[in-house]
Design a protein around this ligand. Structure first.
Ligand code: GAL
Length: 666
């Protein structure tokens, strides 16, 4: 099967969300001229344009979109044409009040923002298919069309009667009968036994803690329901022209009821939106993690490798709760090229031009309210030129010998009510491991459980709470094939229904790790436990009994004084490590450096100074990103593709700068 891509010959895509529906045609022409000046070659069009495309039910006004696509084509710019189904117009909501979403406490929302629909409501699904069909019929063979961009960031839920009926139908296909559901949800607890399917509902607001099995299945149900909303649009778009790839942009975060790894099977390329929330070096750490997540979904989730693309990112500010933080010059470029280094097929922004009004009027844009005579536009143009110099390099495979397991359902399950501590966070723990390795200069893959681990010398399970029998087999096979393993607290504690595996924690991996955990001692937010090997533990601690493992570091103080905190178990020629607390960042970095070293894993660019991110790829490219404000010298040899300079043993990367070296083959 050939991979469908929106680019040719390894060209990197460059562009972003463009909203011509907000502007008169003279601005379109100015925009297109500016796009050409900036090196833009792909724009997402129409993503929130439903009310401009269908101002009244069944009355379509597409002439403006004809003009827009023709204009793009005449300028050599391709379109990622979006279906506008993430924002139904007001007429739709008023006509179909039953398709408006209902919150867990029974409030029916109304239009006035976006995403105000229930994806299980037949009227919404019919309307979404209709507008997608109209676009497919008109544009499937338009020469500007490079990619279909379905919807925007699927991620909504609902508790309306349509949802309840759909949830019940979904449950009847998941469970053979009601007894199996009762068993999976452990409904013997608190007299929740269901004697008829009609009694089973969505986890609405209730008196006290909800049933964890029900909450987990509700998330899974939404992931499948939203996926079917996507695939029915995809199928009709594909039918109109099978040569055009189809995707939808993923929004990241474990609040999203979407299992992105499973969804990867249904897209022609994985597209992610990434907006770091940290303002310090954390933004660069988050960028690397998000890119590695996307690469893992694209490579392993799909069952066949598909490309991935950074579909949205901010050309300027980082948004935190309460304030926007301006990115210093060069930072946007480093964030963008960090994604490209890690395999993205290009760089796309939200948004091209800042609107005069609307909720996101102050969101950053390539063309800001000040126009194009700005440092942001100049930096974007320089980035466009840099991407041009990298033509022929996409998409590149990254060299990595560590795999971090990431599983949406484990993230959801750890957020359940009634856990031993609030704030348990599988994505956060995966990111902490990734960050420690990032600082150690070691590149990691982030993979769904079950992914092939051929190149991985070390597998890490970071608070991977749920373990199906298949996941346990996967981990065992890795270790028995000689791979090293590091497991952190709360991994393998429960099965896929979130039922605890008995006999001492972590039930799924006790024998591999050579430990038995008797009880948990969750820590307060401001609590730190000293560790005998140096550093401290946070968030969590446990009573660990060695059962074959040696103690590497013990708790030093408190009720667990002298008991194992970090252990190591020899299995064949490899080690299986257990980490029963969250080491502070420095300690984690040292630990993972040692663990990786013993597994034979080396940094991507040994000798690269701290603050320089290095990514080495299988196509012979070495990306070097200098996140410091000083020039940094890095050992390298080859050709710097961005400057054209020969690199002869050492390269100086400018403060905040980037180099891409095509390495000499020895
Ligand atoms: C994305 C979304 C865009 C825009 C952006 C703002 O999540 O897809 O439409 O809202 O956030 O950062």
């Amino acid at each position: 099967m050939t991979t469908k891509t929106p680019w040719n010959d390894g060209r990197l895509c460059y562009g972003g969300d463009w909203n011509p529906e907000q502007w008169p045609p003279e601005v379109w022409r100015e925009d297109v001229a500016l796009m050409r000046a900036a090196g833009v070659d792909l724009v997402t069009v129409g993503v929130f344009a439903w009310s401009r495309l269908e101002p009244e039910p069944g009355r379509y006004t597409l002439d403006w979109l004809d003009d827009v696509l023709d204009l793009l084509h005449s300028a050599g710019i391709r379109a990622a044409l979006a279906t506008p189904t993430a924002s139904p117009p007001p007429w739709f909501s008023l006509r179909h009040p039953d398709a408006l979403p209902v919150t867990a406490d029974g409030v029916r929302l109304t239009h006035g923002s976006r995403d105000t629909y229930c994806a299980a409501a037949p009227a919404y699904r019919d309307a979404a298919r209709s507008i997608a069909e109209v676009l497919a019929a008109r544009y499937a063979h338009h020469p500007a069309l490079a990619l279909w961009h379905v919807h925007n960031e699927y991620g909504t839920t609902c508790h309306c009667p349509h949802t309840e009926a759909a949830f019940r139908r979904w449950l009847t296909t998941r469970y053979d009968d009601l007894d199996a559901l009762n068993d999976a949800w452990v409904t013997t607890f608190w007299s929740q036994y269901y004697s008829d399917w009609a009694q089973v509902g969505t986890p609405r607001a209730t008196q006290y803690l909800a049933n964890p099995g029900q909450v987990l299945d509700f998330r899974r149900f939404w992931s499948d329901t939203l996926l079917s909303a996507y695939t029915e649009q995809r199928d009709l778009l594909r039918a109109a022209n099978p040569a055009v790839p189809v995707t939808t942009n993923y929004v990241l975060g474990d609040w999203v009821p979407v299992d992105h790894a499973r969804w990867a099977r249904e897209v022609d390329l994985v597209a992610i939106d990434h907006y770091p929330s940290a303002t310090d070096l954390g933004a660069e750490e988050q960028t690397a993690f998000a890119a590695d997540l996307a690469r893992g979904w694209a490579r392993h989730g799909a069952g066949r490798p598909v490309p991935w693309l950074l579909m949205e990112s901010a050309p300027n500010q980082i948004h935190t709760a309460g304030r926007m933080h301006t990115k210093k010059p060069g930072r946007m470029t480093r964030h963008s090229l960090a994604h490209v280094a890690r395999g993205s097929a290009g760089v796309m922004f939200f948004q091209w031009r800042a609107p005069v009004g609307g909720a996101e009027r102050f969101h950053s844009a390539v063309v800001s309210h000040a126009g194009a005579d700005t440092r942001v536009f100049r930096e974007a143009s320089n980035l466009g030129a840099a991407l041009g110099r990298l033509a022929g390099t996409a998409p590149g495979r990254v060299q990595a010998a560590v795999a971090i397991a990431y599983d949406a359902a484990s993230g959801w399950a750890l957020r359940h009510p009634g856990m031993p501590r609030d704030g348990l966070d599988h994505p956060g723990e995966a990111a902490a491991v990734h960050r420690a390795l990032w600082h150690a200069g070691v590149t990691a893959d982030v993979v769904p459980p079950g992914a092939p681990l051929d190149g991985a010398r070390l597998l890490v399970l970071p608070a991977l709470y749920l373990a199906s029998d298949a996941t346990v087999d996967w981990v065992r096979r890795h270790v028995h094939d000689g791979g090293h393993l590091l497991v952190t607290w709360l991994s393998g504690v429960a099965d896929e229904h979130a039922r605890v595996r008995l006999g001492g924690y972590p039930g799924a991996y006790r024998d591999l790790l050579g430990v038995r955990v008797e009880e948990f001692h969750p820590l307060a937010d401001d609590e730190h436990v000293p560790l005998s090997g140096g550093g401290t533990g946070r968030i969590w601690s446990e009573t660990v009994h060695p059962a074959g493992a040696e103690t590497i570091s013990a708790y030093a103080g408190g009720v667990l004084d002298g008991r194992p905190a970090i252990t190591r178990h020899r299995v064949g020629d490899a080690y299986a490590w257990y980490v029963s607390t969250r080491p502070d960042d420095g300690t984690y970095r040292r630990l993972l450096t040692e663990v990786a070293g013993l597994a034979g894993v080396v940094p991507a660019c040994p000798g690269a100074p701290s603050g320089v991110e290095a990514v080495r790829r299988q196509d012979g490219l070495l990306y070097l990103l200098n996140h410091t404000d000083r020039p940094q010298r890095v050992p390298a040899a080859g050709l710097d593709l961005l400057t054209g300079a020969t690199v002869d043993g050492e390269l100086t990367v400018a403060p905040g700068g980037v180099a891409v070296v095509r390495e000499e083959t020895p």
